[in-house]
Design a binder for this molecule. Structure first.
Ligand SMILES: Cc1ncc(COP(=O)(O)O)c(C=O)c1O
Length: 381
């Protein structure tokens, strides 16, 4: 009997996308900041409580706006995890900063405040935190460190829409935060993102940087009679077509989240006993935070077991993936002083982590196949 391959991710279509795309086409307006984009921003504002939400073409471009808004300049240092996607670092490097890589905590895989504190110098201009898997970092401690260092706190919240920390939404805890709507994210439009501006004093400049350095947003609100070049900036607006797709997903977010949470909880309860027996570790979510069921990972005992598990699942037609290659060990990271052995937790988890298929529409029988294959993994080589 041949089985169908279970991919690591499949874009969950809600059913409303084509209708809204057709409406956008019929409206004759396809550029940025159309009515559907505004509706997306309003819905995101309701979730995050941010003073201003601006849709962007990606989380990467939102991070780049954030770096410009934070006034990053050559010679500045930005503290960030090495265990993250390259954009968290590149956004600041593009403005001339030196990334300083801090280690993460083994429980949440989020920044370790003690490691951040050790990285802070008089040149530290910002700290970028990543809520890995949408599980919040130790935000109270990190806010305090940033306050003491007079550094901007920027949340790379690519994973964490709908997550909370001590009752507060992720994305509302730094002066600036970013979201991703890439196709692997809970809410997606293929490629997409948003900048969350929580410090109201930054809103006007955020709008300008996003609009190619012009005051076009003010012009559209009737506040100036023509628009012109007033600052640096770039093209950071998604089209109304992306907004239409995203709006359908946001309107279905309750169902999407319920589905993902059910799948996540099923993995957790089915694999807990196995993990204890073989010395694997499943995600930890501290009691004072809620996660958005963005991803389900397993930390295997060592790199050999992790690589064998990925191959084993592949032989059973199941795609599982690993990430992140630590940034401090990448060629660029090493050019900024990264060396093996510098960040022991990051180096250990990145060798041991694998992600299981998790997407809306993963059926119970597909998930049972994944679970049964993990349980049948021959733990000794
Ligand atoms: C932590 C983190 N930050 C930023 C990004 C970049 O997101 P995007 O693809 O929307 O630019 C990703 C991508 O997955 C990510 O995992």
């Amino acid at each position: 009997m041949t089985s169908t391959r279970i991919p690591f991710n499949r874009v969950g279509i809600t059913g409303g996308e084509l209708d809204l795309l057709a409406q956008a086409v019929a409206s004759g307006y396809l550029a940025g900041d159309g009515t559907m984009a505004r509706e997306c921003e309003r819905l995101l504002q309701a979730v995050t409580g941010s003073a201003r939400v601006l849709l962007t073409p990606s989380c990467t471009s939102a991070l780049e706006i954030a770096a410009t808004l934070a006034g990053i300049k050559p010679g500045d240092e930005v503290v960030l995890p090495s265990f993250t996607f390259v954009s968290t670092a590149n956004a600041f490097v593009l403005r001339g900063a030196r990334p300083v890589f801090a280690d993460v905590l083994p429980a949440t895989l989020g920044l370790d405040p003690a490691s951040v504190e050790a990285c802070v110098t008089p040149r530290t201009r910002a700290v970028a935190v990543v809520h890995y898997a949408g599980v919040a970092c130790e935000m109270d401690e990190l806010v305090e460190i940033c306050g003491g260092a007079e550094a901007h706190l920027i949340e790379d919240n690519a994973h964490g829409l709908f997550g909370t920390y001590r009752g507060r939404p992720l994305g509302s805890l730094g002066a600036l935060a970013t979201l991703s709507f890439h196709e692997t994210k809970n809410i997606s439009c293929g490629e997409g993102g948003a900048l969350l501006v929580n410090d109201a004093a930054l809103i006007e400049r955020a709008e300008i940087i996003r609009e190619k350095g012009t005051d076009r947003s003010k012009f559209f609100r009737g506040l100036v009679d023509k628009y012109t070049w007033v600052d640096i900036g770039s093209s950071h607006l998604p089209s109304e077509l992306q907004a239409a797709f995203l709006l359908a997903q946001l309107r279905a977010s309750t169902e999407i989240q319920a589905d993902r949470m059910r799948i996540w909880n099923r993995y957790r309860s089915a694999l807990a006993g196995w993990a204890r027996r073989v010395g694997a570790v499943l995600p930890t979510v501290p009691a004072d935070r809620q996660h958005p069921a963005h991803l389900f990972y397993v930390l295997m005992p060592d790199v050999d077991a992790r690589d064998r598990m990925i191959r084993w699942l592949g032989e059973h037609d199941i795609q599982s993936v690993f990430h992140y290659v630590p940034l401090h060990l990448s060629p660029m990271g090493q050019s900024f002083g990264g060396r093996p052995g510098m960040l022991p937790v990051t180096e250990s988890i990145s060798e041991r982590l694998l992600r299981l298929p998790l997407f809306r529409g993963l059926t119970d029988s597909e998930q049972d196949r994944v679970i049964d294959s993990v349980l049948a993994f021959p733990s000794a080589a």
